[in-house]
Design a protein around this ligand. Structure first.
Ligand SMILES: [Zn+2]
Length: 68
């Protein structure tokens, strides 16, 4: 049993060893900017972008921009 299971997972900042928190972060992509929830270290503000998540979001955004 994993008693530490939560929505943010068990990600920790490699520098501070602080548990990362989900935070809305502005991301610039192509000519637009948008907000996504990313895991962020509350101490040093390092943002962790999960590669699969980032790729998924980027593809999503790219699509919606093309549809306009
Ligand atoms: Zn940190």
């Amino acid at each position: 049993m994993n008693s530490e299971l939560n929505s943010a997972g068990n990600w920790k900042c490699g520098k501070c060893n602080e548990p990362l928190v989900m935070e809305k972060t502005k991301v610039k992509y192509l000519d637009g900017s948008f907000e996504v929830e990313l895991l962020k270290c509350p101490k040093c503000k390092m943002v962790l972008i999960d590669e699969s998540l980032a790729t998924g979001k980027m593809l999503e955004v790219e699509k919606s921009l093309e549809d306009k």
